[in-house]
Design a protein around this ligand. Structure first.
Ligand code: NAI
Length: 317
């Protein structure tokens, strides 16, 4: 059988860990030897109110099972305080699971500035604040593992979730950029788009489906991606009900116009179906970095081979 992946002596910060996914991660990491900072300000689903008991209950459960954890009640917007607390208690930070979140679903027409700001703040700014405070520590250690919690709504957009989707898509770009900047220091960052039963999904999905979507079924991927043996960085994974898929961009073969006065909006219109053709006998490509769309090269060779950022051949297949 495959050996168990352990986290002995690793220090993990899990934000929003008082319930749902964060709780499942915290219990799992602690059961595998990690010291866990269980952060949760104990708010309601929409970010209203606060209570220490959410984080405390998780810490109690970890301790009863013989694990090590401390509770932290700070708002993720005060990420530096969370990091300070972790350093005081354990002296290092190996893993950050940016997980805290709230919902303010509303049609864009009815969305207030506060609905927008509060959602962006908790998801995006909160992840920024914790990660920013821990970054110099991880660089100095030459070790770090970061998870950003995105969402299918962030990848694809969703009716009534303009604020949430904007924050969740932003977390992917954030993660991908940290993957570049952290690589030299063995700091890896990946984004996940989970689907699990929690108070967040309790009202939007039928009971039978929710039963198949245990939050515990997200932990194996999160733990693998944050283990010292993992080399994956800059990835995006959808996961739910035991199924994990990796996601990347796809570009069409495209159209190269002559860059002269014939390049008009009407010329674009005339060939728009070709530009937008994702079903061109499979002639699509899969850019993995900014450099993969080789604009100048396309003047020479609009088709066939190109190279990506690592100098590897990219084939239209
Ligand atoms: P949840 O509502 O059970 O957990 C979120 C936790 O974050 C709560 O315990 C809440 O008190 C805490 N929190 C909220 N604002 C905070 C703040 N400012 N500072 C510290 N803690 C704060 O929801 P769930 O489902 O466990 O969500 C976890 C993450 O996964 C969220 O980022 C969510 O957007 C994301 N997600 C969940 C999906 C699902 O199917 N459950 C789908 C896609 C994404």
């Amino acid at each position: 059988s495959t050996p168990e992946l352990r986290f002995d002596n690793r220090v993990v910060i899990v934000s929003g860990a008082g319930g749902g996914l964060g709780k499942a991660y915290s219990l799992f990491f602690a059961s595998r030897g990690a010291k866990v900072v269980v952060n949760d300000l104990g708010s309601g689903l929409k970010g209203e109110g606060s209570s220490a008991s959410a984080a405390d209950l998780v810490v109690d459960e970890i301790k009863k099972a013989g694990g090590e954890a401390i509770a932290d009640y700070n708002n993720v917007l005060e990420g530096e305080k969370i990091v300070e607390k972790a350093m005081k208690a354990y002296g290092r930070i190996d893993i950050i699971i940016n997980n805290a979140g709230i919902l303010r679903d509303k049609s864009f027409k009815s969305m207030t500035d506060k609905d927008w700001d509060d959602v962006m703040n908790v998801h995006l700014h909160g992840a920024y604040k914790i990660t920013k405070a821990a970054w110099p520590i991880m660089r100095k250690q030459k070790y770090g593992r970061v998870i950003m919690t995105s969402s299918a709504a962030g990848i694809y957009g969703n009716f009534g979730q303009a604020n949430y989707a904007a924050a969740k898509q932003a977390l992917i770009g954030f993660s991908n950029s940290l993957a570049y900047e952290g690589f030299k220091y063995n700091i890896l960052s990946n984004a996940i788009a989970p689907l699990a039963a929690s108070r967040m999904t309790a009202t939007v999905m039928p009971k039978e489906i929710l039963e198949a979507l245990k939050p515990e079924f997200i932990a194996p991927l999160v733990a693998f991606l944050t283990h010292e043996k993992c080399k994956q960085t800059g990835g995006l994974f959808e996961i739910g009900a035991g199924k994990i898929t990796a996601h990347r961009w796809q570009g069409t073969e495209g159209v190269v116009f002559k860059a002269d006065e014939s390049f008009t909006p009407a010329a674009v219109k005339a060939r728009f179906d070709e530009i937008d053709n994702f079903d061109n006998n499979g002639r699509v490509y899969y850019p993995a970095s900014m450099k993969d769309n080789d604009w100048l090269g396309k003047l020479e060779e609009a088709k066939g081979l190109s190279t990506n950022a690592k100098g590897e051949e990219l084939r239209f297949d």
